[in-house]
Design a protein around this ligand. Structure first.
Ligand code: XIL
Length: 373
């Protein structure tokens, strides 16, 4: 379908630089440098520009929007080389009744991604939120042994179903609290702190080749939460727990950009781990104004360029791409406009900032893709 052009905006990059960058290998849509008409060069999508870096660039995909909105679907295909299920792989969605799985929406997402040549990030196996009632309501009556078996079985059923088809799994999500220490959750209460290592062991058994992540928010910088995660993961590495990656959700506010993100990425790389930005969005207090949009563009740029510059950062995913379907207004009162396309799927300054980062950053990933350490 035809929509108003949003990529006709001229970038603040000299044509000669653009020509040189886009002529580089890996940019599928790049025109030969001798062509006079350069208008389509500035149309290169995030996906095309990220290909040059060998960096999968992704979005969370909302199942209802995927089904009902053709323009949304088209943008997912054009702009992204990776997708994450925003909700349909969560425990309450996949196993609404004990032992009865509903795979329809998750299967559809994986099949569509495969048809579009996109990788899938699996989200999420163990998380304290969006759990089915049959599990949470029976906490007291389920024995420890039975609970352990339920968790193992869930992880292995889900990972096993998509074995070889899901590149990266968020195995454990948000296990640390905001005030320090492990979060009080049904998993901690029933199984003790060992549940985290066990979850990785079980996931690894079910798909030994999947890249397995610990994922959390407010952990992009070197700070208390990322320090605690680092200490746990360091111990996992020392004791042979099969963990591969540290995921930084990166739900941010436009008035704060991380300052120590590359340092944080580097210390995980030094342990032999990969990293990923898994859920980036940058909310603002409504109403939107030009200053806030510029601040937002800057935060997106810091997040993306920090990942781009570190070869151990193996994927960059935003939590949606259009303000039309973002989770933010439903969750943070008075805030919104957290993504880089507006409600009409038109580019905001953050979109142009991300394109500039992709265009101007020197690629650091070799032919063999990401590297650990
Ligand atoms: C959010 C979804 O975007 C919403 O649609 C849903 O109602 C609640 O969950 N951290 C995570 C994601 O790991 O799974 C959350 O997604 C956002 C915060």
């Amino acid at each position: 379908m035809l929509r108003p052009r949003r990529r006709g905006l001229r970038l603040a990059v000299p044509a000669i630089v653009l020509g040189a960058v886009l002529a580089a290998p890996g940019v599928a849509a790049a025109a030969p440098p001798h062509e006079a008409d350069t208008s389509h060069r500035t149309d290169a999508s995030l996906r095309q520009l990220a290909d040059r870096h060998r960096l999968p660039i992704g979005t969370a995909a909302d199942d209802a929007a995927l089904t009902s909105d053709a323009a949304y679907r088209e943008d997912i295909t054009t702009e992204f080389s990776s997708v994450t299920a925003e909700n349909v792989m969560k425990w309450e969605s996949l196993e609404p009744e004990r032992g009865q799985y509903d795979w329809a929406a998750a299967d559809r997402l994986v099949e569509t991604a495969e048809a579009n040549g996109q990788q899938v990030r699996g989200h999420v196996l163990i998380w304290h939120s969006q759990l089915p009632d049959w599990l949470t309501e029976n906490e007291a009556s389920i024995s420890t042994e039975e609970f352990r078996e339920i968790v193992r079985n869930h992880i292995q059923t889900v990972v096993g179903r998509y074995k070889g088809r899901i590149a990266e799994w968020d195995v454990v999500n948000e296990a640390f609290s905001d005030t320090g220490g492990l979060r009080d959750s049904i998993f901690l209460r029933k199984l003790g702190p060992g549940y985290i290592a066990d979850a990785f062991r079980w996931a690894h058994e079910a798909d030994p080749k999947a890249t397995l992540f610990y994922n959390d928010y407010s952990a992009e910088d070197v700070n208390r939460k990322s320090n605690e995660a680092y200490a746990l993961i360091k111990d996992f590495v020392a004791t042979g727990v099969p963990i591969d990656g540290f995921g930084m959700q990166a739900h941010h506010s436009a008035n704060y950009a991380p300052t120590t993100m590359r340092e944080n990425i580097q210390r995980f790389a030094a342990l032999g781990l990969v990293t990923a930005v898994t859920e980036a969005d940058v909310r603002m207090q409504l109403p939107v104004d030009g200053t806030k949009l510029q601040a937002q563009a800057n935060v997106f740029s810091v997040l993306l360029s920090s990942c781009l510059a570190e070869r151990s950062c193996i994927s960059f995913t935003s939590w949606g791409f259009t303000d039309k379907y973002s989770w933010v207004p439903n969750t943070f009162e008075g805030q919104g406009a957290a993504l880089f396309l507006d409600e009409n799927l038109q580019a905001k300054p953050a979109y142009e900032a991300m394109r500039n980062d992709l265009l101007l950053t020197e690629p650091v990933r070799g032919k063999r893709g990401h590297g650990r350490g």
